[in-house]
Design a protein around this ligand. Structure first.
Ligand SMILES: Nc1ncnc2c1ncn2[C@@H]1O[C@H](COP(=O)(O)OP(=O)(O)OP(=O)(O)O)[C@@H](O)[C@H]1O
Ligand SMILES: [Mg+2]
Length: 277
């Protein structure tokens, strides 16, 4: 277990918790995310089983593992969608994520991209980014609100990052599948998250879109910490720094891609089938 200055659940009462947005994210130990001994059971079945995972600040981490290994459940726990039965989940040194709800966690700087793109198809690319920027307001209020200069600059910056500057006035419904995925990543980026969780980003993409997505995610790391869950091993190999292999709700192995690919346990339970697939 790594060192963390403990701000433990059992030391504070709920009513003493400050609002999450007013709490400074403390990255003094260089770790943005701590999961320690996290267990999640569904009717007695342990989807996560004593999971320990640490993500460094500014890191790009790939998570792989067979279907049902617990990857999505892990993201559900980080984002407050699922509460762990046991264990702790900390954002930086002091923010106990198990104490907050999904929207509080999103507002505090953890953005999550689900597998299916969920852009507003009838709105333009620009409107989608504007809506995301002011996600806590109603759609009506947002569309008529004037953006300030800083927000406009951020949107321009994000359009460049996701490569959709030329499509800014295009209806999102007319974008390709890959472009919709990038727009959705852009909708997270306008909020400037510390941590981005991306679940199976390249499923259904063309080869060219996959390569573009690899560049995009690589360019995001360092400014943001990025956790990518993906089955496409060619893609993982192209972006991987540190890879974590989940198996039956726990970490089976963790390390550089080469080490992982040559790890007999990993080959036995996962890579053997993926690599020949
Ligand atoms: N809400 C739920 N109720 C019951 N069982 C669940 C629930 N959510 C997940 N599970 C089970 O927990 C296990 C882990 O599921 P999870 O979705 O986290 O796997 P995964 O690693 O994301 O798999 P995949 O690669 O197929 O997306 C699976 O056996 C799944 O059936
Ligand atoms: Mg999943």
């Amino acid at each position: 277990m790594r060192t963390r200055e403990f701000w433990r659940r059992d030391q504070v009462f709920d009513f003493m918790l400050p609002p999450l947005q007013s709490r400074e994210l403390d990255l003094s130990h260089g770790i943005v995310l701590y999961l320690e001994n996290v267990t999640v059971s569904f009717d007695g079945f342990k989807a996560l089983n004593n999971l320990n995972l640490y993500v460094n600040s500014g890191e790009l981490r790939c998570i792989i593992g067979a279907n049902g290994a617990g990857k999505t459940t892990m993201m559900d726990v980080i984002t407050g969608k699922t509460r762990p039965d046991t264990g702790s989940v900390f954002f930086g040194q002091r923010i106990d994520l198990t104490k907050y709800n999904e929207s509080e966690i999103a507002a505090a700087g953890i953005g999550r991209k689900f597998q299916k793109p969920t852009v507003f198809e009838n709105h333009t690319v620009l409107e989608n980014l504007e809506l995301a920027l002011q996600a806590n307001k109603t759609t009506f209020a947002t569309l008529f609100a004037r953006l300030n200069a800083e927000q406009r600059d951020r949107i321009d910056e994000v359009l460049k990052i996701i490569g959709l500057t030329d499509q800014v006035y295009l209806r999102a419904g007319l974008l390709s599948h890959g472009q919709k995925q990038w727009l959705e990543i852009g909708m997270l980026l306008v909020q400037n998250p510390y941590l981005l969780l991306v679940d199976e980003p390249v499923a259904g993409m063309t080869q060219q879109e996959i390569e573009r997505t690899a560049e995009l995610l690589l360019s995001l790391a360092e400014k943001h910490s990025v956790v990518v869950v993906e089955h496409d091993m060619v893609f993982v190999r192209s972006i991987a720094r540190t890879v974590t292999v989940l198996h039956e709700g726990s970490v089976l192995a963790e390390g550089k891609m080469d080490e992982i690919q040559n790890n007999p346990k990993v080959i036995e339970v996962y890579l053997g089938s993926e690599l020949t697939a």
